[in-house]
Design a protein around this ligand. Sequence first.
Ligand code: KG4
Ligand code: ZN
Length: 347
Amino acid sequence: MLVLGIESSCDETGVALVEYFGQGTPRLLADALHSQVAMHQAYGGVVPELASRDHIRRVLPLTKTVLSQAGCALAAIDCIAFTRGPGLAGALLVGAGVACALGAALGKPVIGIHHLEGHLLSPFLSADPPAFPFLALLVSGGHTQLMHVTDVGQYELLGESIDDAAGEAFDKSAKLLGLGYPGGPALAQLAEQGNATAFALPRPLLHSGNLDFSFAGLKTAVLTQVRKLEAQGPGVLEAARADVAASAQAAITEVLVKKSLAALQQTGLQRMVVAGGVGANRSLRQQLNAAGAKRGVRVHYPELHLCTDNGAMIALAAALRLQSQPGLANTTYAFDVKPRWPLEQIG
Ligand code: KG4
Ligand code: ZN
């Protein structure tokens, strides 16, 4: 089965072709991405209307690129998958509209995919794919969740952030340090040169006894620290920026690691998947690998370029879902999008 995947939920247009025969490893034949980060940077965050318009401009040229990279004709595609939610409504509608128009023109079925299910299953495209069941730590710009995954489509929520997501904590801390948007990768890079114990920042809900997260207070603590350093005179904040970055990263990653370990203990699971943009963080990976190795737990990740948003994970999730539930694809070409859509409700 050859699936074309289209991702347009936020600020990245992703298109990809995945081949899967129901056994063995799914294969990523081609993958193209356009990031809107440079366009939104001037505004300090994503401007939804600009995002939608840019998706419209990019999606068909990217589709052509992917088909030519794979040496594949449009008519060879068996199914077209798009991100149905969660995300920005206008941005989602672009992918949904294009997928359904293509499907109708080609007479091929279409399927709407949950963005987080795409992230969660993305390690199945890696050189070291997981096996079911596993614990999933989903850490994207908008979500921080721990899930007990027993099979494709079987996701039980164990805990989640009650306010900001881990990615937001990275981005907001980065903004306070003047690192632009989205600041996660820049903050991680700056943190490499800093001292992670320089500033004692809070580890919210670390001892809450449940698997929920809260990162909003951490942002306030970083803000307070930045103001204190600014007040100490010219150049003081500048000299301490790497230490603040390292301390903020340490606070975020420590909570993620400890809660993941608690979830492993609670469920008795021996495998773990880390997915979503923050899953690209080197320090988080090092700490999880070390903690996992001590407990005999294997930790799986998507390939680095598939950690952040992409079309490959959408095509892959569609291919895996259709294997067990072929009826999920539709040929009516009526579509809607779900800007808010809990993963446990995908049905
Ligand atoms: O999954 P993703 O691409 O988009 C959403 O679905 O939200 O995640 C984006 C998030 C942003 O908050 C970004 O700053 C963060 O992932 N991120 C990182 C790193 N790379 C991306 N955060 C920390 N360290 C990184 N290396
Ligand atoms: Zn995402």
